[in-house]
Each structure stands twice: as structure tokens, then as C-alpha cells.
Design a protein around this ligand. Sequence first.
Ligand code: SAH
Length: 217
Amino acid sequence: MTAKQDFVAQRERMVVEQIEGRGVKDTAVLQAMRSVPRELFVPEAYKQHAYDDSPLPIPAQQTISQPYVVALMISALKLKPKARVLEIGTGSGYAAALLSRIVEEVHTVERIPELVDYARHRLQLLNYTNVTVHLADGTRGLPQYAPYDGIVVAAGGPQVPTALQAQLRVGGRLVIPVGEIERRQQLVCVMRLTEKDYERRELGAVAFVPLIGDEGW
Ligand code: SAH
């Protein structure tokens, strides 16, 4: 088997065992996970582990999230193909790449310049042209393209940033790890019901790198 075919087989197995096998049913999410090459988003030294059931190190002491957690977070947004989505914490660009296969327009914000370059390079190689990577503090959101149908935060903060809630469209959902202790959070889904009303649900325990910024740590 060539290396490329081997990755295709590993990817299929990841989707069946780690994602479908744990109850993720959203067909658009499953389809995206079948098509995006995760091996391109992990550093060369970890390529052989690209389809492991775990997070992996990326530059600047950050991590690419566990595939199942990414699938769970994106499914919770209940996205439609025409949606505009904001991601905070681009990291490797992998989750943004998945989102770009599911919806029309993706904006992703990263605070570390080295990772902005890392992600842009990979998204360009794949010709995923409907994703824009922005260098900024994502705890303030990205007001210039608001409102968003979905917002996903890939780093954990002490509370839900008010700027992010305010940038949700009515009917839109925000998924974010929240917790008072670093690297131990509850995954929270906030739905904007009306201009003024939000509903909160908890989706389970997770462990993310810290969200650093004005409305983070
Ligand atoms: N979604 C990523 C996982 C990224 S890890 C992937 O698929 O690879 C979380 C990222 O959030 C890190 O790269 C970290 O630098 C970034 N981050 C932390 N605080 C941030 C902030 N306030 N604004 C933007 N990015 C932030």
C-alpha cells in the first residue's frame, strides 16, 4: 500500500470507530471528516499518529484537538450549508478546514502569528478558499463579519465572552469550553433564542489549552 492509500484507510477507520461509533450522526460532519487529510495538519514528526484518538502537539506549545471532540463541537452547531461560521483558535487549521467543507463561509481567528502562517499555508495547499485566517484576540470575536450562524471556540476560558454571544445571529449557536481551572472545562453550548435571551446547555467534560485574551485568561 502507498503512504497515501494508507492514510485514506486510516481516515476511514477513524470516522467509523471514533466518530460514528461514538454517536455522531451529522452526515455533513462525517463527510467532511472523510475528505480532509488530517495528516497535512499535524507536524511532520507526528504524521504517523495523525489518525490517533487523541490531541497532538503543534507549534507554539498548542495542540490540534482530538478528532472526536472536533466532530462533537461542530455537530452541536447544527449548521446549514449557507451558514457563516466563526472559529476562535485556528491552531493547525484542521477544524477550520472541516468547517469549510460544511458551510459557505468560515472566518477563523488565531493570536499566535506562527500558527496563522502554519494554517494559511495548509488551507492554501488544499485550495480551501472559503476560509479566512485572521490574526487577532478572538475573545473579542470578529465584529466586521457578524452575525454568525455558529461560533466555535477551540480554547478554554473562565467564562463565555460577552462579545461572542453578541455576535451570534438569533437562532445561532456558540460552543465553547468553560471552566475555572485551566485545562479542565465543561463544553458549553449557548443558543441565542431572541435578541436578548440565550439558553445554555452542557455537553460534557473536556481539556483544552487556555483561551488567552481580554475576555479569557
Ligand atoms: N482548532 C485547532 C485547535 C487549536 S488549539 C485545530 O484544529 O488545530 C487552540 C488555539 O487557540 C491555539 O492555537 C491558541 O493559540 C489559540 N488561542 C488561544 N487564545 C486565543 C485568543 N484569545 N484568540 C485567538 N486564538 C486563541
